[in-house]
Design a protein around this ligand. Sequence first.
Ligand code: ZN
Length: 144
Amino acid sequence: MALVLYHKNRPEEQYQFLRVRLNEVYSFIEYRLQDPYHMHMNFMAQDVKTGLEKTFFAELCMFNDVDDGNSGFVATACEIVDGNSEGGRRIKHIFKDGKFPPDYYDAENCYACAERIKHPPGACYRAGHDVLGYGVGEEDSLVE
Ligand SMILES: [Zn+2]
């Protein structure tokens, strides 16, 4: 589903979905957004032309009815990331000057995911920028 969005933005590229690992999916609730249910994940896909495997980041947001066939989720971001991409800062909160950012909002980074989830630059995705206050379910803490 997320790759459909990626291909729409970059019609000259063609990737085939390979796999997603369960412990690379984070679901969270961001209270400050109107549609608060989100998922961030990394998954692997293969370049159809070159055969090269790439790691992707996807953000899904629950906009629709849960019975629509995709559990109501719509892809709101899909980008290629790599080992140098920023990890989530859920555990390791690092702030410039050691202070909370203004309005507890950091547009550059994600504070909902753990470090191992690689993220594209912050402007690419909509959720996770709230420094505090995520409703994260029990099942998510099991995969820390
Ligand atoms: Zn995230």
